[in-house]
Structure formats: structure tokens, C-alpha cells
Write a protein that binds this ligand. Structure first.
Ligand code: B3K
Ligand code: ZN
Length: 869
């Protein structure tokens, strides 16, 4: 397959400052007329001007009103080449497409009775011939025609200029977007949609119409989305001085979408999962997901749209930066500590494994064959960590100055990560040249820390050492600058002074480790100290510290950095679990972990959400990540035993929490935290052996039946369905009957079953795939089942390889329908090196089977080829 290299970038020889589109929408045969105004920007004439085009049927082709002669163009596999084009001209094309057959959901598609588009990254070429690249910015005028009955609503980017009726019950609408934009930000929607309206007044006093388009019956479920949008708009004004720039902001929700949402200029298209919520149908975490994705897409209006990308290698320029912005927004809206824990948890669950496997790539990749495969945790989440480190290194005010200069320099342009760093440097007279290595070097650095207290000198010396493991194509690694936010705690758990190093405003310091190894000495310390390192997870590294259990136990109780306190207790749990994995006769609940757990359970003054985080055990995958060969079953057993032990040992306390935290539904942060803690109590009580277990199953049934919200109902549902000895058939039926009209709720029904850790799950998942509500064309549904299955360690990784074989078979099938989703779902198979010989062989066999598939998509081919070099 064709591999695109970052170094091969060439500026386009022509620009297309204006494009006029006219679409006659029909699910089977849509006709698209395009007028492209070309202007040469290269100094000299070119012999060939290639335009991108894919799955298009060319009906007519004219240049400046002349039909193009045969020697003036050539049709190719991936487009249309204009031969010896003049300096300026208008190209007029007419093409036909088939939106209903477009199950890849890229370009223009018809699903659930609506016409929708998805153009990022390279979907526009499936709508018309065009220079489909982000450094070509055009002003768009778009006219949509459709039958009024099926498509009363006709939307495109920008402002609606005119509407009218035409023959045979059709109507039309013309939209103009005043902001030049690349093709990937183009969008149109046509369908029968209801609209929820609101208004927003910008800081400078302009009125913006806010519109959320959903199915009629969902209009009451847009409160969280609308409210989050308004808070995001305010936040971007307050924190970055950025206002919205059009007169209306539209959001459309659909059930048929490949990812979370898309930031098309003025017309976001969203997976319904990130728009619709009511207490009866959505969990607390669904509500939080809506808040962050709504904000993320809104923030793209400046970081992505107004300042856009020169080429796709720069993807993290908009994605890393925008994730950082949405994380900070959520931290300001909710609890900062709990937000950070969640963000790091996600980074470690998705990005660390990616960075440690065959799909590892730098935040700014060097090569790709299918760019959609690079919308990864590395580009997004690690990219956000890099921005966060710059923020830490420069400080808040200086970071803002850098952002101001970035916008000032590059508004309306298509730029690079280098341009961003240069603006940060220029605004602050800082040199970030060493920092650039974070963008070009893949792999997660390992940070080793050791220290010693000198009772004679009354000093403490800390030594930090870094090393980045090799990744595919990068065998040697340079040191990267690692900002280590730290404090010293004395034996009473109070902050000790940091004389000897630069002390920050709040008694913390940020050490910058630039070499492989450096030491720092802190003086004036009459008593021994314990360092609290990497506070707030100040760099995306694996910290290995030399502290003993006692020191970890101390930090788990006294560290005043919420992230680090959580981290210490997680470390204790991981250590205990690994010992129990290695030797099943070892108790997974050693004294330090028991005492730390007890002290948190006693501490009723703690924020309940934070307390729930502290008491949540590390996931099986995370434990596996810490082993050279993942011991699938032993990890599952050890974790189950630990949960049982903690459940039994503190049964009374859990029971008290379960009863005391019961409360009628409210939506504030405190109520959310209380629900989380209460459901955690329930899960420990159900897990614990002994008399209480049957009684607790009854409690869970009661909670399931009587809950006034989906968070509580689903928590009970999951515990009962996944309980090893409980017959929950009636509950499964009941849930389906109640919610079959709500696709997002039924997705949960599918995924909880697919994630049940029981041998018979494979067989049940086979049934789920032929269930009348299963639909291969709806990514949410496919992800619910296959994603749930792949996140089910003991079943997916069954020793006999049955899980892999089954899974690969489904990916094979999906690849013919939706290559993007198939390629993404295939990535768990890439991690075969982490398992024992027998599993390795089975995983490789599954990948090889896929490699041999007829009509293998470019998306899936690339994932397999990188997984099996
Ligand atoms: N920019 C889109 C993602 C597009 C993915 C294309 N395969 C959503 C986002 O990151 O905001
Ligand atoms: Zn984004």
C-alpha cells in the first residue's frame, strides 16, 4: 500500500479559494454539482494537477463552460488528473453517489432516515473531486435539494441565505460559510429533525443562536448538552479570550457515527451518546462524557478550525491541544483532583499499552498509509500531556501569552506543531528545542527515583534517572525534558521546606530532568522526609520509585496531592496483587494495604468521589501491564480474591456506607460522588463471600427495580448479570423490555453481557450477534458487543484461543461494512507479544487469517501489517 511520509510534504500548486456545491439528495442516487475556482500559486505552470476522488461516478466535466477534451484530463484509481491546466479556471463537475450504500460512514451517507456527512480526515473526496487536504482553504456556498416530506430540515456550515420550494414536493436551502475552511470541516445534514433552541450572548455582546437537532422524542434529553455548550463558550472567553464567531452554532445527533463527534464549522455532528441524557437513561459518567465532548468540539472552533492543520502529520496540533483544553474545562467545572485521576487512568489504559506495542508511534507520526488509523490515544491523550507539560514549564500566564501569540500569528492559516512551539517560545523568550523530542520520539519513558536522607548534614538527596524503551523503527532514544512536580513531606505528614531547589509559590517545586540522570540536594531538614514526586502526574512517564511499603502506606494516608495519594494506594494494591499472582497462597490483602483501606473507609470527611477513586482497585488490564507475560487467569483470580477480602473484612463499614449514602436523585458533584461510592460498596458486598452475599443480591435486585436513575439501576444490573452464581435471566429480559426503544441504553445491555467474565460468554455473544436488535451498520452497537468482548480478559484471552478466533471472524465481517471501525477494533490483537506462547500463536493465527482476507481494506491492512512485521 502507498505510504505517506511526513518529509514528503509539498505545498499545493493551486488553491481553490471558492467552491460552490449543489446537492440533489436521494438515498440511492445523489447528484453533486461542484464549481471549483482554481488559482495557481506555484511559480510556474504544472503539467498535472491531481484532484482526489473516491467512489464517484463522473457524469460531466467542464472547464470554464467547455467540456473537457480527452487530452485535458485523466481518471485514475483515486481521482482525476487535470493536464496542463491554465493559471485560473473554474472546474465544473457533476458526479453521482449512493449514500444509502455508504456503510463506511465516511463522506455523504444516509442512515436512520437522515443524510449526514463525515469528512475528516479524507471523506470529502467521496462527495466530489477536490484538493482534499487541510492546507487548501475555501469559502463554501452550498445548496441542498431534498423532498420536503422526508427532509424538512436542510443544514450546512455557516449562515442560511435563502430557502425555497420546487417541483414535486422538493425544497432547497442555500448556506454560506464566511470563513474559509479546509474540506475536512465541511458538513451538511438533511432529515426530519426536531430542534432545541437557546441563545448565548458573547462577552462582546453578540447574540448567538444555539440549536441542537435531535429526533422529536429526544427534545427533552438535550439539557446537559445545551448547558455544557454555554459553559464551554463562557470558559473559552474567560480562560483564553476566545469568542464564538458565527451567528449560529448547530449540533446534530445521530445513532450512526464512527466516533464521538465532529467539529465541522458551525455544524457539529455528534454521536447521540454525547448529546442525549436524562436521569432515567444516562449514567453519571454519560453526563460527564457529554460535558467534555461538547466542550471539546466547541474548543476546536479556535484550535483546529480558525487555526487549522497544514497536513495530517500535525493532527496532535489540534487534538492534543483541544483535549488539554477540554480536560482543564472539566477540571474547572468539577473536582480537579478526581478529573486528573480519571484522565491519567484513561491515558494508562489506552496510551501506555499502545506506546509499548507494535502500533507505537510518535505524537507527530512519520508515516501512515491510512490516516484514520492515527486518531489514537497517542495523538490525543499523550498529545494533551505534552501541552500540559508546556503549561507546567511556562506557567499559566506565560502559557496564555503563548496561546495569544499563536492565534495572532496563525488565525486563518494551516500550520504545524513547529509553529505552535515557536509561538510559545517567542511569547516567553524560552527555548523549547529539547522539548521537541517529545513529539518525535515514541515510547513511554521510565523514570527511576531514589533518595537518601543525611542525618548529619540534615539534607536529602534525590536522584532521578530516565530511560525510554525502544519502539518500532526507533531503537535508540535520547533523554527528554521531564518536569517533575514535587514536595517533601516530613514524618508528621506536613510539607517540609524546599531550600536548595527552586520553590514554587505553593511550597512545591518543579524539577526539570533533562539528562539521563540528575541529583538534587535539599538542605535544612532536621528530620527525615519522604518525597511526593510527579504530583498531579506532571509528565507521561512510568515512575519507579525505590520507596518501601511503609513509605507508600504513609503517602497513601498523608500525601496532600490528590493524584499522588491515589497513586500510592494503587501502587500498594498492584504490588499486593502481583505477589498474589506469582504465588496464589499469598494473601492479596497485606497489612499496609489493609490499614490504608481502613483509614480511607473511616475518613467520612473526604469528598465521596475522591474516596471512591481511592477505593477502586486497579483494573485487570492495568495489572497485566505491569507484568512481562500477562497471567490472564491468575490476575482475574487475585483481583477477585482481593475484592472479596476487602469486602468481607470491612463488611460492616461497606454496609453502613450503602445505607447512609442512599438519597433521592440529584445531579450535583456531591450526589454523583455519593452514588459512585455507594455502588462501590454494593460491589464489594456482593463480591464478599459469606452470609451477606445472598442478602446483598436481594439488595441489588431491589436497587435495580426501584432506582430513580440509570446510574444506580445499571450498577445493580451489571453486578447481577456478571455475578458468578446468580441467575439474572429475568433481569436481562426486564431491562430489554423496558428500554428497547432507547438505542443508547440497549448498547449498555449488549456490552455488559459481552463483558461478563464467564466461560459461557463466548456462546452468548454469538447469540447477541444474531439478536434482532443487533445491526452491523451501527458502530455503537458493534462496539458495544465486540468492544465489550475485547475488554473481557478471561474470555477474549481464553487459553484455547477461542476468543481470538471468534473475534477475528467478526472483524473480517465488519471490514466489508465499515473499515474504520474494523481497524480500530482489531488493535487489541496487536498486543500478542505480551502473552504466553500458546496465546501468542493463537493471536498471530487470528491476525494472519485477517491478512489473507479478500478485499482487505487499507485501514485494516495497515493495522495488521504493523502488528505482524
Ligand atoms: N476531529 C474528530 C475526529 C475525526 C476522526 C476521523 N477518523 C473529532 C474530534 O477529535 O474532535
Ligand atoms: Zn478533537
Amino acid at each position: 500500500a502507498m505510504v505517506i511520509q511526513r518529509g514528503d510534504y509539498r505545498a499545493p500548486s493551486y488553491q481553490i479559494p471558492e467552491i460552490i456545491l449543489d446537492l440533489r439528495l436521494d438515498p440511492e442516487n445523489t447528484e453533486v454539482l461542484a464549481h471549483l475556482h482554481f488559482r495557481r500559486v506555484a511559480a510556474s505552470p504544472v503539467a498535472e494537477l491531481p484532484l482526489n476522488g473516491e467512489a464517484l461516478e463522473l457524469l460531466s466535466l467542464q472547464r470554464d463552460d467547455q467540456v473537457l477534451a480527452e487530452h485535458e484530463y485523466r481518471l485514475t484509481e483515486d481521482g482525476l488528473v487535470l493536464l496542463n491546466p491554465p493559471e485560473t479556471f473554474v472546474l465544473k463537475t457533476k458526479v453521482r453517489l449512493h449514500p444509502a450504500a455508504n456503510t463506511a460512514l465516511s463522506g455523504l451517507y444516509h442512515a436512520g432516515g437522515q443524510f449526514l456527512t463525515q469528512c475528516e480526515a479524507e471523506g470529502f473526496r467521496r462527495i466530489t473531486y477536490m484538493l482534499d487536504r487541510p492546507d487548501c482553504l475555501a469559502r463554501f456556498t452550498v445548496t441542498l435539494h431534498a423532498p420536503q416530506k422526508h427532509c424538512p430540515v436542510l443544514l450546512a456550515n455557516g449562515n442560511c441565505m435563502a430557502m425555497g420550494r420546487e417541483a414535486e414536493g422538493w425544497h432547497w436551502a442555500r448556506w454560506e460559510d464566511p470563513f474559509p475552511k479546509p474540506t475536512y470541516l465541511f458538513a451538511m445534514v438533511a432529515g426530519d429533525l426536531a430542534v432545541v433552541r437557546d441563545r448565548y450572548r458573547t462577552a462582546s455582546g453578540r447574540d448567538v443562536a444555539l440549536e441542537i437537532y435531535v429526533a422529536e422524542r429526544d427534545t427533552a434529553a438535550c439539557v446537559q448538552a445545551m448547558d455544557s455548550l454555554k459553559r464551554a463558550m463562557r470558559w473559552d472567553e474567560e480562560v483564553y479570550g476566545r469568542e464564538y464567531d458565527l451567528d449560529r452554532y448547530m449540533i446534530v445527533a445521530t445513532d450512526s457515527f464512527n466516533m464521538g463527534a465532529m467539529e465541522n464549522k458551525g455544524l457539529n455532528i455528534f454521536n447521540a451518546k454525547y448529546v442525549l441524557a436524562s436521569p432515567e437513561t444516562a449514567t453519571d459518567s454519560d453526563y460527564q462524557g457529554i460535558e467534555s465532548v461538547i466542550a471539546h468540539e466547541y474548543f476546536h472552533n479556535w484550535t483546529g478550525n480558525r487555526v487549522t492543520l497544514r497536513d495530517w502529520f500535525q493532527l496532535s496540533l489540534k487534538e492534543g491541544l483541544t483535549v488539554f483544553r477540554d480536560q482543564e474545562f472539566s477540571a474547572d467545572q468539577n473536582s480537579r483532583g478526581v478529573q486528573r485521576i480519571g484522565d491519567v487512568r484513561r491515558l494508562r489504559a489506552a496510551q501506555f499499552p499502545e506506546d509499548a506495542g507494535p502500533l507505537a508511534h510518535p505524537v507527530r507520526p512519520e508515516a501512515y498509509s491510512e490516516i484514520n488509523n492515527f486518531y489514537t490515544a497517542t495523538v490525543y491523550e499523550k498529545g494533551a500531556e505534552l501541552i500540559r507539560m508546556i503549561h507546567t514549564l511556562l506557567g499559566k500566564t506565560q502559557f496564555r501569552q503563548g496561546m495569544d501569540l499563536y492565534f495572532q500569528r496563525h488565525d486563518g492559516h494551516a500550520v504545524t506543531i513547529e509553529d505552535f512551539l515557536a509561538a510559545m517560545e517567542a511569547a516567553n523568550q524560552r527555548d523549547l528545542s529539547g522539548f521537541r523530542r517529545w513529539y518525535s520520539q515514541a515510547g513511554t519513558p521510565v523514570l527511576r527515583a531514589s533518595g537518601s536522607y543525611d542525618p548529619v548534614q540534615h539534607s536529602y538527596t534525590l536522584t532521578l534517572h530516565q530511560e525510554t524503551p525502544a519502539t518500532p523503527g526507533q531503537s535508540t532514544k535520547e533523554p527528554v525534558p521531564i518536569p517533575v512536580r514535587m514536595a517533601l513531606l516530613n514524618t508528621q505528614g506536613q510539607r517540609a521546606p524546599l531550600s536548595g531547589a527552586i520553590e514554587g509559590p505553593d511550597g512545591e517545586a518543579v524539577l526539570l530532568l533533562e539528562q539521563r540522570e540528575q541529583s538534587w540536594t535539599f538542605v535544612n531538614l532536621p528530620d527525615p522526609v519522604i518525597p511526593s514526586l510527579l504530583r498531579g502526574f506532571s509528565a507521561p512517564v512510568r515512575l519507579e520509585s525505590a520507596w518501601d511499603d511503609e513509605a507508600c502506606g504513609f503517602l497513601a494516608c498523608y500525601d496532600d496531592d490528590p493524584f499522588n495519594r491515589w497513586e500510592s494506594i494503587q501502587n500498594l494494591a498492584v504490588k499486593a496483587l502481583l505477589a498474589a499472582v506469582a504465588d496464589s497462597s499469598v494473601t492479596p490483602l497485606p497489612a499496609v494495604l489493609r490499614d490504608a483501606t481502613a483509614s480511607i473507609l473511616r475518613d467520612d470527611a473526604l469528598d465521596p468521589a475522591f474516596r471512591a477513586e481511592l477505593l477502586t482497585l486497579p483494573s485487570e488490564d492495568y495489572i497485566g501491564e505491569q507484568m512481562s507475560v500477562v497471567a490472564v487467569e491468575a490476575i482475574h483470580r487475585a483481583r477477585d480474591t482481593l475484592r472479596q477480602d476487602i469486602g468481607a473484612r470491612f463488611a460492616e463499614k461497606w454496609m453502613a456506607l450503602y445505607h447512609d449514602l442512599a438519597a433521592p436523585y440529584q445531579r450535583d458533584g456531591l450526589a454523583i460522588g455519593r452514588r459512585r461510592l455507594r455502588n462501590l460498596a454494593l460491589s464489594h458486598l456482593i463480591a464478599s463471600d459469606g452470609d451477606s452475599r445472598e442478602a446483598m443480591a436481594l439488595h441489588a435486585r431491589q436497587q435495580y427495580a426501584q432506582a430513580d436513575n440509570m446510574t444506580d439501576r445499571l450498577a445493580a444490573f451489571q453486578l447481577l448479570v456478571q455475578h458468578p452464581h446468580h441467575d439474572a435471566k429475568d433481569i436481562l429480559l426486564d431491562f430489554y423490555r423496558k428500554w428497547h426503544g432507547y438505542p443508547l441504553v440497549i448498547d449498555k445491555w449488549f456490552s455488559i453481557q459481552a463483558a461478563t467474565p464467564r466461560p459461557e460468554t463466548l456462546h452468548q455473544v454469538e447469540h447477541l450477534l444474531v439478536h434482532p436488535a443487533f445491526d452491523w451498520r451501527v458502530p455503537n452497537r458493534v462496539r458495544a458487543v465486540l468492544g465489550g468482548f475485547a475488554a473481557n480478559p478471561t474470555v477474549f484471552h481464553a487459553a484455547d484461543g477461542s476468543g481470538y478466533a471468534f473475534y477475528a471472524e467478526q472483524i473480517r465481517r465488519l471490514d466489508d461494512i465499515n473499515p474504520q471501525t474494523a481497524a480500530r477494533l482489531a488493535t487489541p490483537l496487536s498486543r500478542w507479544r505480551r502473552y504466553d506462547a500458546q496465546r501468542q500463536q493463537a493471536m498471530r493465527a487470528a491476525l494472519t487469517m485477517l491478512a489473507d482476507k479478500a478485499k482487505l481494506s487499507r485501514d485494516l491492512a495497515e493495522v495488521i501489517q504493523r502488528s505482524l512485521p
